[in-house]
Design a protein around this ligand. Structure first.
Ligand code: TRP
Length: 333
């Protein structure tokens, strides 16, 4: 039996947080050593749906690629490429647009949220975003898509569009399933542990950027909101702040939550917070060094992405040809 295809993408939208590292980046790396065929993309065309400065935009792509390479994303073990380099993504988007209803896009939670937060720039791309995402997925005969809760609705649309197309024409697309990772750790804001950690939070102390230096990391953890007890114990409901710190500590050190609780039993929050900060710095500082090294050789990064795009193009072209033939488009290339 052929191994299943797993597809995921991440947007180059600037700062990456510790939440991205734990929730997305480190999971991709683990997936490389599973039985799945992994295809990972930098979804730059999605990012264009909010205004970008051209110089910064390009830099963000290099930055994201360098971050993944620094985290040991081995480009020989997967297809790692830039979405815009594979033109079939936008071609398939057009085809899928012809079977998508405006109502189902207007209903999307993310579209509604972003229309509010970017009310000066509500563009068609913002609305069509889930169709581009469906194309990313369906183009590669994807079986599994690791997605966070905020992308579930978009994956559902991809499934609906695949079924709609298959019903209207003939079986062409695989219906993708969500992939729920074993370590689905969700990292919360350090200042409001009921909220997800986010780089767009106005309170800069609420998130750890992957670029923060050691002093900043320590300072932010010292300010982390906890509770009025003085017991390091996991209780996500009554002790959301401490539980979040325990999760971070456990992921960073590879220790279980129980081991981590035991390690700090009888110690105050001050000692615990410093240890969490040090554990995070121990991972992030070497990572930053490796990232800087990769960034000093942009030619290498371009080469990695180019090789990835060649592999992706090959698969994408086969699929778009199949789609065109199915629809009755005269395919001439
Ligand atoms: N929209 C996704 C996000 O912001 C990124 C993305 C683009 C994606 N295309 C995808 C994720 C395809 C999974 C599959 O998180």
């Amino acid at each position: 039996m052929e191994s299943k295809i797993l597809f995921s993408a991440i947007q180059p939208s600037g700062i990456l947080t510790l939440g991205n590292y734990i929730g997305a980046i480190s999971n991709w790396i683990k997936l490389l050593d599973t039985e799945y065929n992994c295809i990972f993309s930098i979804a730059d065309l999605h990012t264009l749906t909010v205004k970008q400065d051209p110089v910064q935009f390009k830099q963000n792509v290099f930055d994201l690629a360098a971050t993944y390479l620094a985290c040991d994303l081995n480009p020989d073990k997967c297809i790692f490429f830039l979405q815009s380099s594979v033109h079939q993504h936008t071609e398939l988007t057009w085809i899928l647009n012809t079977i998508t209803y405006p109502g189902e896009l207007q209903r999307m939670t993310q579209f509604k949220d972003k229309s509010k937060s970017h009310s000066d720039n509500i563009n068609m791309g913002l609305m069509d975003y889930p169709v581009l995402m469906a194309s990313d997925i369906l183009l590669y005969n994807t079986n599994l898509v690791p997605v966070g809760a905020d992308q579930k609705q978009h994956l559902e649309l991809a499934r609906n569009l695949a079924e709609r197309f298959n019903n209207r024409y003939t079986d062409t697309f695989i219906i993708p399933e969500p992939y729920i990772s074993e370590n689905g750790a969700k990292i919360m804001s350090l200042q409001n542990p009921d909220k997800k950690m986010s780089k767009s939070d106005a309170n800069l102390n609420s998130f750890i950027s992957l670029n923060d230096d050691e002093n900043t990391i320590i300072k932010k953890f010292k300010k982390a909101v906890t509770d009025s007890e003085n017991e390091v114990r996991y209780d996500a409901i009554n002790k959301a702040g401490i539980s979040n710190l325990l999760t971070i500590y456990s992921v960073m050190t590879g220790k279980t939550i129980k081991e981590s609780e035991n390690e700090f039993s009888g110690h105050g929050y001050g000692v615990f917070k410093t240890s969490v900060a040090e554990a995070v710095a121990e991972v992030l500082i070497p990572l930053q060094k490796r990232k800087t090294q990769f960034l000093s050789d942009k030619g290498y990064i371009e080469n990695v992405l180019k090789n990835g795009a060649e592999k992706a193009l090959d698969k994408a072209e086969k699929k778009i040809k199949q789609v065109y033939n199915t629809i009755g488009i005269l395919y001439q290339k």
